[in-house]
Design a binder for this molecule. Structure first.
Ligand code: TXA
Ligand code: MG
Length: 342
């Protein structure tokens, strides 16, 4: 199959493809999504095939209007309505109980609940409105790879497997939405993202954090959070900046004759670039927003050096506020491995 790169002004081409039951990737403010008509079961099945995604992992239903959510849900609690009025369109996904038999089990993973999100991207909102039905939209990467933040990343992973990609430029946020579950008495954050715990509590009061985000031994409630994720081919280790481990890590790797890559702030990159094989700047000015924006694209960029790299060292940030989401993704990419001085 020929994968078309579609410019925003040619959106009608993308609309026709979706209506014909094909897959089209679309830009959002978080990462690119792999779109299919959420009401067309055959189209939804193709999403799992194209991504190589386990079939028990449910999809997010992307809407352009709040009223669409009401068509599908059994109960839309007041606090859930309040939070979406505040943060939609935006990087927040909510989980609600759905009406029986309204959504294919391929959308919900066979659960009695579903995930909904209104992305903050003008092209994609127009796209969904023109298609006239909600779109499923998992991140448009091959399962297990870093999520795509540009149309080129999507093309790299899915060329020949999907009909088109709408090129909306680089995603601003860079990591996936916060997932907030409203199916229990107290809402629970299942996946951290750019809308933080504090921002949510400021609007609706107390919310919990899924136990697996606190203790690695617990099983996550969002099926997708249990899989290995976001990993490039090269081995990744995290460097705890507060322990001044950079020098020790690079010396250790050199002692073992390992070819090193570095994904870190400008100051670290400048200091070590002459001693390592490849570097990529995560943030110019030590800003977490910028590090979030660059994390997945940096992992992909450095992975292009394969097989020339043996190990990739990536900078950590203290786990608070936005950095909770950054560290959640980085820990998965690194298989939880921190460099530790021997
Ligand atoms: O920012 C995002 O959310 C992006 C963009 C494209 O919108 N989408 C995205 O989709 O990250 P995906 O499929 O890669 O991640 C969706 C997560 C998975 O961990 C999945 O298990 C969880 O949401 N999820 C979906 N439906 C659920 C449900 N009914 N109950 C619990 N978790 C659910
Ligand atoms: Mg994903």
């Amino acid at each position: 199959m020929d994968t078309k790169i579609i410019q925003p002004q040619d959106i009608e081409v993308a609309v026709a493809l979706i209506q014909a039951g094909e897959l089209v990737a679309f830009p959002t403010e978080t990462v690119y999504g792999l779109g299919a008509d959420a009401t067309n079961e055959a189209a939804v099945k193709k999403v799992y095939q194209a991504k190589g995604r386990p079939s028990d992992n449910p999809l997010i239903v992307h809407v352009a209007q709040l009223k669409t959510v009401f068509e599908y849900v059994d109960n839309f609690p007041e606090n859930a309505q309040e939070i979406v009025r505040k943060f939609w369109p935006g990087p927040l996904t909510i989980i609600l109980p759905v009406k029986k038999d309204r959504l294919s089990p391929f959308v919900t993973g066979g659960l009695s609940t579903a995930a909904f999100r209104m992305p903050n991207n003008e092209i994609t909102l127009r796209f969904i409105n023109k298609v006239g039905v909600p779109l499923v939209g998992p991140s448009a990467n091959t399962s297990g790879r870093p999520s795509p933040t540009t149309a080129q990343h999507v093309f790299h992973d899915l060329k020949g497997k999907i009909a088109g990609i709408i090129d909306g430029g680089a995603a601003e946020v860079g990591i996936e939405s916060t997932v907030l579950d409203f199916t229990e008495k107290t809402p629970i954050i299942l996946r951290p993202g750019a809308i933080t715990h504090a921002q949510i509590e400021a609007v609706i009061g107390k919310v919990q954090v899924d136990k697996h985000l606190v203790e690695a031994s617990e099983t996550p409630k969002a099926p997708g959070m249990k899989y290995k994720h976001y990993a490039p081919d090269v081995e990744v280790q995290m460097i705890d900046a507060t322990k001044q481990n950079w020098q020790a890590a690079i010396e250790w790797a050199h002692g073992k004759k390992l070819a090193v890559g570095v994904l870190a702030s400008k100051t670290i990159v400048t200091k070590y670039q002459s001693e390592v094989v490849a570097v990529y700047t995560l943030t110019e000015h030590n800003q977490i927003e910028e590090a979030m924006h660059t994390l997945f694209s940096g992992l992909r960029k450095l992975d292009e050096h394969q097989p020339a790299l043996d190990i990739l060292f990536v900078e950590t940030f203290a786990e608070q506020g936005l950095a909770i989401a950054y560290m959640n993704r980085l820990k998965k990419a690194a298989g939880q491995k921190f460099f530790c001085a021997q």
